[in-house]
Design a protein around this ligand. Structure first.
Ligand code: MGD
Ligand code: MGD
Ligand code: SF4
Ligand code: MO
Length: 644
C-alpha cells in the first residue's frame, strides 16, 4: 500500500496547537513531525508528542469499555456500556434529580467539540458542574479585573520588543514553539529577562536571570513600581488610561525600593535593572501560569499587569502583558453550551466538596481529566471517587482515575481525533482530522454522547455530524474566510484578533480604563519569608518535557525525582540517593538529584505522575484556593526532604 501524507492539529492542553504531519501506511503511522507550513509550528514537535505514536499500542490504551463487575473492571461492548450508563443516569435523575449527577471536564483535549459533554449534561438536567479553574483561574481573573479581558498581542509582535520579561515561564519545556520567536526577537536586538525562583533550561535563552524568593514576585513588582515612580518614569498617559493610579502610587510608595527588594529576596540592582527594561521599551511581559498558582496568585498577576499599564507598554506594539490568548473568542460557543448547571462544586476543592455535598453527588462523570493524579490533596479526591455510587470516566487510556470508576469509556486519541483547535499561545486556528482510524468500536465523543442521548430521550439536542458541529461553531467567522475548506488547506489566523490588543489606548473594562491594584493583603508580602524549620523547602511541581501532566511519554521511573541544592539535601545524601519528601499532608519516597544552580529553599519535582505508584506530587499538596478565580495554590506547599 502506498505511503500517504496526512495533516492534523495537536489537541493537547498546550499553548502551541501544532500542525501535525504524518506519513501513514496501511492505517499505521510511519513518522510524525511538525508542519513546516504552520507559522508557529515551524516543522518541529515537542518530546512528548513526537513519541505519541507508540502510545497507540501501549498496554493502558483502551479499545473497549470497562465495566465494574464483582469489584473488577471487565471488558464489555459499547452497546452494553451505553445501556448501563443510560439506565444508571436515568434512575439517579428520577430518584434524586439532576443535581445528583456531576459532570467534571478537564483539558485532556482542547478541541472545541469536546464541549458536547457539556451540552449533554445541560440537556439531561441541567446537572451539577464545577466552578473555578485549577490551571489558570487566578491569573485570568486578575487580567479580567484589570483589563476586562485576558488576551494577547499577536505572537509575532514580540519581534518589535526591545525587552522581553519571561516572568515565571519556562518556554523550553512548556511552550516550545515560543522559543524560535524569542530567538528571532533576540537576533533583532531584544534583551530577554527571566524571573523564576527555579533554575531551568530556559535560562539559556535569557540575557539576565533572576531567582526571587518563591512568591516574592508581588514585592518585586511593587518594588519596580516604586522605583519607576521615584525616577519619574510613569507614563504621562497613565493618569488618563488607568483608574486608581493614586492608590497604586501610595501602595508602591509605602516602602523604599530597597525594602521591597529585601522582601522579594533580590538585590536592589535587580529591581533597578527591571525598572530600566520597562522604561526603555517597547517591553513585552510574558506572564507564566505558575505564578498564579499561589494563595495570592491573583494579586501577583495584578501587580505585574500594573507595571505594563503604568509604563504604557500595555498599549504598544512590542509591548503587552500576555497571560493567555483568548482562543474561544471568535466561535459560536453558545451553540454547544450556555453554562447552565444545577449547582457547582469548587474544582480546587473537588475532593472535599464531593465528600461534603448535600444533597450528595450520586453519579460523577469525568471527561478528559485525571483528577486523582492532578487535583491537589489527591488522596482525598481518590477517597471521594471511591465513595461515589456511580463513576464514569471517558478517556483513551486507563488512568488512576479510571481505575476507580464503575464504567470507563474509550475515545479516540489525538492522532485519531476530529475537532477545531484554537490555541492559547497564539491566534491560529487548526482543524484536527484522523491521521489513522480509531480502533473498531471506539467512536468520536460527539457520537458517543448522541448514542447516550437517544437512550435518554433527549430529542435532537445533540444532533448533527462532526462536520456540521464544526460549521456551527465557525458560523461567526465563516464570512471572513474561516471555513472547513480553508482550514483543510492550513491553519488560519483568527480574524477577530488585533495585532496589538489595546492599540487604541483603551482596555475592555466597562469604562475602558485599566483598574490598577491599589491594596494588598499584608500576609501576601510576608508569605515568602515565613520561616519554617520543620518544612524548610518550597515544593515546585513543574512541567517536564517528558510528560503532559500525568501522561508520560516514557516511563517516569520507580521514584519521584526531586531536585535540590546540595546544601538543602540531607547530610551525606549523594546524587541519586533514596530520600523521602514530606509535607504536612503526606510523604513520598523519592530519588535525589543535586543541582548547585538552585536556590537553597526550593525542591523541584514533576508536575504530574501516577498517584497509585507514589509519583503524584499532589499527594503532598493541600487543597487551598487562590485569592481570585478559584484556582489551586499548588505552589504554596512546604516540604522537607530526609533520608528514609
Ligand atoms: N512539557 C509540558 N508542557 C506543558 C505541560 C506539561 O505538563 N508538560 N502542561 C501544559 C499546561 S496544562 C499548562 S497550563 C502550561 C503550563 O505552563 P506553566 O505553568 O507556565 O508551566 P511550567 O513550565 O510548569 O512553568 C511554571 C513556572 O513558574 C515558575 N514559578 C512558580 N512559582 C513562581 C513564583 O512564585 N514566581 C515566579 N517568578 N515563577 C514561579 C516555576 O518555577 C516554573 O518554572 O504548559 C503546558 N505545557
Ligand atoms: N502539583 C501540580 N498539579 C497540577 C499542576 C501543577 O503545576 N502542579 N498543573 C495543573 C494544570 S495547569 C492542569 S491543566 C491540570 C491538568 O489536569 P488533567 O487535565 O486532569 O491532566 P492530564 O493528566 O493531562 O489528564 C487529561 C486526560 O485526558 C485524556 N484525554 C486526552 N485526549 C482526550 C479526549 O479527546 N477525550 C477525552 N475524554 N479524554 C482525553 C488523557 O488521556 C488524560 O488521561 O493539572 C493541574 N495539576
Ligand atoms: S503538545 Fe504542544 S508542543 Fe507538543 S505537539 Fe502538541 S501542541 Fe505542539
Ligand atoms: Mo494547565
Amino acid at each position: 500500500m502506498a505511503v500517504e501524507t496526512r495533516k492534523s492539529t495537536c489537541n493537547r492542553d498546550c499553548p502551541d496547537a501544532c500542525g501535525l504531519v504524518a506519513d501513514v501506511e496501511n492505517g499505521r503511522i510511519l513518522s510524525l513531525r511538525g508542519d513546516s507550513e504552520h507559522p508557529v509550528t515551524r516543522g518541529f514537535l515537542c518530546f512528548r508528542t513526537s513519541r505519541f505514536p507508540a502510545m497507540l499500542d501501549a498496554p493502558h490504551r483502551l479499545t473497549r469499555p470497562l465495566l465494574r463487575r464483582d469489584g473488577r473492571l471487565v471488558e464489555v461492548d459499547l452497546e452494553e456500556a451505553l445501556d448501563v450508563a443510560a439506565s444508571r443516569l436515568a434512575a439517579i435523575r428520577a430518584e434524586s434529580g439532576p443535581e445528583a449527577i456531576l459532570h467534571y471536564r478537564s483539558g485532556g483535549s482542547l478541541g472545541l467539540l469536546k464541549g458536547i459533554a457539556d451540552r449533554f449534561f445541560e440537556a439531561l438536567g441541567p446537572c451539577s458542574g464545577k466552578i473555578g479553574d485549577i490551571c489558570s483561574g487566578a491569573g485570568e481573573a486578575a487580567q479580567v479585573e484589570d483589563f476586562g479581558v485576558s488576551d494577547s498581542n499577536d505572537l509575532f509582535d514580540l519581534l518589535e520588543a526591545r525587552h522581553i520579561l519571561l516572568w515565571g515561564k519556562n518556554p523550553k519545556t512548556s511552550n516550545t514553539h515560543l522559543v524560535p520567536v524569542l530567538r528571532d526577537a533576540r537576533a533583532r536586538g531584544a534583551r530577554i529577562h527571566l524571573i523564576d525562583p527555579v533554575r531551568h533550561k530556559s535560562a539559556a535563552l535569557a540575557d539576565s536571570v533572576l531567582h526571587p524568593a518563591p512568591g516574592g514576585d508581588l514585592a518585586l513588582a511593587l518594588g519596580i513600581g516604586a522605583l519607576l515612580a521615584a525616577r519619574g518614569q510613569i507614563d504621562p498617559a497613565a493618569a488618563e488610561r488607568c483608574d486608581g493610579l493614586e492608590g497604586y502610587l501610595a501602595l508602591v510608595g509605602s516602602r523604599e525600593p530597597a525594602v521591597w527588594a529585601e522582601l522579594a529576596g533580590v538585590s536592589l540592582a535587580a529591581i533597578e535593572e527591571l525598572a530600566t527594561a520597562l522604561s526603555a521599551g517597547p517591553t513585552a511581559i510574558l506572564v507564566g501560569w505558575g505564578m498564579g498558582r499561589r494563595r495570592h496568585g491573583g494579586a501577583i498577576v495584578r501587580a505585574v499587569d500594573a507595571l505594563s499599564a503604568i509604563t504604557g507598554n500595555l498599549f504598544r506594539s512590542g509591548g503587552g502583558c500576555s497571560f493567555y490568548f483568548k482562543r474561544r473568542a471568535p466561535f459560536a460557543n453558545e451553540a454547544l453550551s450556555t453554562g447552565l448547571t444545577a449547582r457547582r462544586l469548587r474544582e480546587p476543592l473537588l475532593g472535599h466538596d464531593l465528600l461534603a455535598a448535600d444533597p450528595p453527588v450520586r453519579a460523577l462523570w469525568i471527561t478528559a481529566g485525571n483528577p486523582v493524579c492532578m487535583l491537589p490533596d489527591s488522596a482525598r479526591v481518590a477517597e471521594a471517587l471511591e465513595k461515589t455510587e456511580f463513576v464514569v470516566v471517558v478517556d483513551p487510556f486507563l488512568t488512576d482515575t479510571g481505575r476507580r470508576a464503575d464504567l470507563v469509556l474509550p475515545v479516540p486519541t489525538l492522532l485519531e481525533d476530529s475537532d477545531l483547535l484554537p490555541a492559547y499561545g497564539h491566534h491560529w486556528i487548526g482543524e484536527s482530522r484522523p491521521l489513522v482510524p480509531a480502533p473498531d468500536g471506539v467512536v468520536h465523543e460527539v457520537e458517543l454522547f448522541q448514542r447516550l442521548a437517544s437512550r435518554l430521550d433527549l430529542g435532537d439536542a445533540l444532533a448533527g455530524s462532526v462536520d456540521e458541529w464544526k460549521e456551527r461553531l465557525l458560523a461567526p467567522i465563516a464570512a471572513d474566510g474561516v471555513t472547513l475548506d480553508a482550514l483543510r488547506r492550513g491553519a488560519v489566523r483568527s480574524p477577530t484578533a488585533p495585532k496589538v490588543l489595546f492599540g487604541e489606548g483603551r482596555v475592555r473594562t466597562p469604562n475602558g480604563r485599566v483598574q490598577l491594584l491599589s491594596g494588598v493583603d499584608p500576609a501576601a508580602l510576608h508569605a515568602p519569608h515565613e520561616r519554617s524549620d520543620t518544612y524548610p523547602l518550597w515544593l515546585f511541581s513543574n512541567s517536564t518535557p517528558e510528560s503532559q501532566a500525568a501522561q508520560w511519554a516514557r516511563d517516569p521511573g520507580e521514584r519521584l525525582l526531586v531536585t535540590l541544592h546540595p546544601d538543602a539535601a540531607p547530610a551525606g545524601a549523594a546524587d541519586g540517593a533514596h530520600v523521602v519528601v514530606e509535607s504536612e499532608l503526606g510523604s513520598l519516597p523519592a530519588r535525589l538529584c543535586l543541582d548547585p544552580a538552585q536556590r537553597r529553599d526550593v525542591a523541584v519535582v514533576p508536575k504530574g505522575g501516577a498517584f497509585d505508584r507514589g509519583l503524584s506530587a499532589n499527594a503532598l499538596i493541600e487543597a487551598v484556593p487562590t485569592d481570585l478565580g478559584l484556582g489551586a495554590a499548588y505552589l504554596d506547599c512546604r516540604v522537607r526532604v530526609r533520608l528514609p
